[in-house]
Design a protein around this ligand. Sequence first.
Ligand SMILES: [Fe+2]
Length: 337
Amino acid sequence: MRPCDRRVPDGIVVAAPLVRREAPAGRVTLVHQPSLQTVPQGVTPVVMLDIASWRPRVAAVDVEHHARALEAGSVLVLPRLAFGIEADETRFLDVRWSDGKAKNISLEGQAIKGARGAADDLAALARMVGRFAADATALVGALFPRYAAHLLRARTSYRPFGAAGRAVSWRKDDTRLHVDAFPSRPNRGERILRVFCNVNPNGEDRVWRVGETFEAMARRLLPHVRSMYAGESAALAALHVTKGPRSEYDHLMLGLHDRAKADVDYQHGSAQREIRFAPGTTWICYSDQVMHAASSGQFMLEQTTHLPLSALYEPERSPLAVLERITGRELVRRNAT
Ligand SMILES: [Fe+2]
């Protein structure tokens, strides 16, 4: 289960890229390319894990290796880990199940949202998405046992629409490089860990661009993010714009999200690389840390999990720690975390 990787001088793990290869039955499979992809210095690393179970047994040495790679801002790619869609669930791989209003279909607790259909169908759809939630949660727990007791499972989303081509504002345009930050849900430095799986039935890859490391991005863009106004946090909470007070950390993360998306020169000119996730591929990253953009692809499942900094191996690599180092001040009141 060791990733196919090497250590480069700055300690960043890089991995062999995915390569599509025709199997005898005409099916496309993924293999590790023997030679290493040339990765621009300072760009998000990719680490491939040869794991084909949602509940793998992982050696202790590998557990720490994978966790440290993840916390360093890598994308962990599991090209042999497909989500099992039952025969009678393939009908859900269709945009007609969307209610046409929400961007995604989502499961929060037992409630399926953003979907339309007969009650029986929606219950079956909820079971499918719920099974992915259970699988993704089990995977994170098995890969990172140290995290298990601290995981806070959040929304599970099923994304039937194509990643590109939707008419959205630049701020909501996820085809632009960004880190995840939520305007209405301040997290005060808590991590956003996401598990994704491409379930496209037509052989279509999910394609991402990933950008430079979080610290490089923050050092470049933070000078362009305005400071919080006096009383801004209390006003947003009082007006119910946010659920709870927005910390300065949350403010800066939103500012970085917006600044990166709004800056066309940054989008095209910053260091970046493309990653193609074939159908049947699962991948994991801290999406509050990895600069990412969904270029194309359709039909994906995603599980969001939150994690306190205290659960990390290296909290000093977290976005909160990086931003506090750059700004030289506390960005979250510690008694509020
Ligand atoms: Fe995102």
